[in-house]
Design a protein around this ligand. Structure first.
Ligand SMILES: [Zn+2]
Length: 370
């Protein structure tokens, strides 16, 4: 196995349309010189299930993480899916360590540390930076900012310079800027051009290292939201539970609404009525069973609902005070099949790569390593 250093960049929320339409000359040049392919994200297109798939190089039915939250039947409540103990396979860090390569994690979000901290020599979230990092790099900006990603990549460049013993550096940004701005808006142009420069500086700090970059999902403007528990109840069928796979600590930018939803039935005989109700709603693209979701998306059956509802490009689902809400023009979110196209890029790798056909999903970025 190689001793070449790796930088794995999980660029949160950077869909293909956003990457190609944004001023990111350094990454685009690397894509031109190295390996580049448009691949699919894992469904549902929310962060945890994709982040874990990339960090483990495995499918959800292998690693066991289905979303940002799951329905805990014992308590009857939703619970966060942010614990390393829930990950059923080895992470990239654990696989690398077995071959004598140590790994480090830098992330904007503390939930990523909760998931991947095991067997890392360093595991730091900007959101909860340790004192020595604050002293060395300054206080990290707020989690709801573009600047927190700049802080993160500045730290990454310094670690690449000062810690050559770290063989795998995983850097996970936040998608707050993608929620906040469309790719054409100045805020997004500024964010991605700065990010591009910082990633170029980080890779220049470690000319021996290879860059492996991919995204967890894209992002789209959403115009309507349905609360499916309220919808079904008002039409005579009460659900046991409805869960947005986006349910997360970070609610400011998306109110936990997602382009897909899991429904748990009170009684199996409610299935066709619930399916008919959901299919009748504007913006519902498909309603599939747990078994079909397991087969099509390789999801772990023990965590997903009896039914999975998929929205069209404009539609999200979530808990609200009413059945339906028309969303403000600035509302941007993900979670449907329409946020599945993501860029995958490998640059500077001095070893053989699998054939291009091997790379169909973002998780294949790391599945052949170690
Ligand atoms: Zn994300």
């Amino acid at each position: 196995m190689t001793t070449q250093r790796l930088v794995v960049a999980l660029l949160d929320g950077l869909g293909v349309d956003c990457f190609t339409g944004s001023p990111m000359p350094a990454l685009k040049a690397m894509a031109g010189k190295g390996f580049y392919k448009q691949v699919k994200a894992v469904t549902p297109t929310v962060t945890n299930v994709n982040n874990v798939s990339v960090c483990c190089g495995a499918w959800p039915d292998e690693h066991g993480i289905s979303a940002n939250s799951y329905f805990d039947a014992a308590s009857g409540q939703a619970a966060y899916m942010n614990s390393a103990d829930m990950v059923r396979v080895e992470t990239l860090f654990q696989r690398a360590l077995k071959q004598g390569t140590s790994g480090a994690l830098l992330t904007s979000k503390k939930k990523t540390v909760e998931l991947f901290h095991k067997d890392t020599v360093l595991s730091v979230a900007a959101e909860a930076a340790p004192t020595e990092f604050v002293e060395r790099y300054g206080a990290p900006p707020d989690i709801y900012s573009a600047e927190i990603n700049y802080w993160l990549w500045t730290v990454a460049a310094d670690i690449l310079k000062s810690r050559p013993d770290i063989g795998v550096l995983y850097v996970h940004t936040t998608d707050y800027p993608m929620h906040r701005w469309s790719p054409e808006e100045q805020g997004s142009l500024d964010h991605l051009s700065r990010l591009d420069t910082l990633i170029e500086e980080a890779t220049a700090a470690a000319p021996d290292a290879a860059l492996f970059a991919v995204a967890d999902h894209g992002m789209n403007r959403k115009t309507r939201c349905w609360d499916l528990a309220r919808v079904c109840a008002s039409r005579g069928v009460s659900l046991r539970f409805a869960l947005s796979p986006e349910r997360d600590y970070y609610i400011v930018h998306h109110r936990n609404f997602a382009g897909s939803c899991w429904l748990w039935l009170r009684d199996p005989s409610d299935r066709s009525a619930v399916e008919t109700i959901c299919r009748g709603l504007e913006g519902v693209e498909d309603v599939i069973t747990r078994e079909e979701a397991m087969r099509r998306f390789r999801l772990p059956g023990d965590y997903i609902g009896d039914l999975m509802v998929l929205g069209d490009k404009d539609t999200v689902f979530g808990d609200m005070e009413r059945e339906r809400e028309d969303l403000p023009p600035a509302f941007r979110a993900h979670g449907s099949l329409h946020e599945s196209d993501v860029p995958l890029l490998i640059h500077g790798w001095q070893n053989p790569l699998p054939e291009s056909e091997y790379f169909t999903h973002n998780l294949h970025l790391t599945s052949f390593l170690f």
